[in-house]
Design a protein around this ligand. Structure first.
Ligand code: PEP
Ligand code: MN
Length: 367
């Protein structure tokens, strides 16, 4: 099958290797671990960039927090030895300064840093006058504004080679993955900043090496522009993220097993068939919206009745009953219960907002 076509014509990521792949350990642990991992990755001849974390933002204190400055040299030496550009994570101005001194070729901003505009601005200021490629991971929680904002701060500092990394989002109950993919957030980023390439970090989405392959396939099917995959010469013994790292042989097999599907439909018969199905979906969506409109009109009436009778808008028991009932119906219809739950949460929030608004309007009229 054809290799996928790149959707973003301004994509600055080099195309000498397809897919674009950043590989290397979660953390640089020792000179030997870095050199051995780099050697084995380079033997597979598939990676474009070598990664290694030097300062590790860990959720719990007492975990391995990275070697710090001395590890920069080990990473750079490994890159020089195997002719691979190197990338590491920065979270403040001091780290930027040390990385530039050590000759890092690229930098990334981690998920725990993207959430904080103060840190991002500090990094952007430290980079003024240095046009080095910077990759920005999505913030921990699904707020696309913070992601775009971080990219904008860097752009204003003069960084011309920017890319985003989709590494999934924290969710209270994210199963089976460590972080929920929520692909729609990266589509939104694509819509807001179409010139920014987005690569996928399946390792931090998956949390388990066994799931890395399927996430890579999804990312490829969704036309993302490359991958950052945590790769370690001895993953089981890794000092951080041991469960999700793969070894260089596994990395090669993941890349070899990717199936490339056409991003654009060229076959006219297939195109016609898809158009027909899309037409059916358009009609159903119109019906859905009309039903939603009817529902909202009734919600407005309920709002008036509640106002006239001094009844609170939010009725907890009624809401729990709706949820239970709709999930039960969803199950009978073979629909995903969690998705239906989320859908009704949204519809319910909309309804409450409408009631608040219609009550305010009623009060204005009475005045
Ligand atoms: C990492 O890439 O090792 C890392 C810490 O990632 P994130 O910021 O996505 O948690
Ligand atoms: Mn990691």
């Amino acid at each position: 099958m054809d290799k996928h076509k790149i959707m973003n014509p301004n994509n600055w990521l080099p195309k000498n290797r397809d897919p674009y792949l950043i590989a290397g350990p979660c953390s640089v642990e020792s000179e030997n671990q870095m050199m051995t991992t780099a050697k084995q990755i380079s033997e597979q001849n598939i990676a474009s960039v070598l990664r290694g974390g030097v300062w590790k933002p860990r959720t719990k204190p007492g975990s391995f927090e990275g070697i710090g400055v001395p590890a920069l040299k080990w990473l750079k030496d490994a890159g020089n030895e195997f002719q691979l550009p190197v990338i590491t994570e920065v979270a403040n101005a001091f780290q930027v300064e040390k990385c530039l001194e050590a000759g890092m070729d690229m930098l990334w901003i981690g998920a725990r840093t993207t959430v904080n505009p103060f840190y991002v601005q500090e990094i952007a200021d430290a980079l003024k006058g240095v046009d080095i490629p910077v990759f920005v991971k999505n913030p921990i929680h699904p707020e696309v504004g913070l992601w775009v904002g971080a990219l904008e701060r860097l752009e204003r500092a003069g960084i011309s080679k920017l890319a985003a990394i989709h590494r999934g989002f924290f969710a209270y109950k994210s199963q089976p993955f460590r972080n929920e993919p929520k692909w729609e957030i990266s589509f939104e980023l694509k819509r807001l900043a179409p010139e920014i390439p987005i690569i996928c970090d399946p390792s931090h989405i998956a949390g388990k090496r066994e799931l890395v392959q399927e996430i890579c396939q999804s990312a490829l099917d969704l036309s993302l522009d490359g991958f950052m995959i945590e790769t370690h010469c001895n993953p089981e013994k890794a000092l951080s993220d041991a469960n999700q790292q793969v070894n260089p042989n596994q990395l090669k097999s993941i890349i070899d097993n990717l199936e490339y599907r056409n991003a654009f439909v060229e076959d006219r018969q297939l195109f016609a068939q898809l158009e027909d199905l899309r037409g059916q979906i358009d009609i159903l969506d119109e019906k859905l919206l009309t039903i939603l409109k009817d529902r909202i009109s009734i919600v407005e009436d309920i709002g008036h009745v509640k106002e006239l009778n001094q009844v609170q808008i939010f009725q907890m028991r009624r809401w729990f009953k709706i949820l239970e009932n709709r999930q039960g119906s969803a199950e009978k219809l073979g629909l995903n219960k969690e998705v239906v739950h989320e859908l009704f949460q949204l519809i319910h929030k909309y309804s409450i907002d409408v009631q608040i608004k219609s009550q305010q309007e009623l009060k204005q009229k009475v005045k």
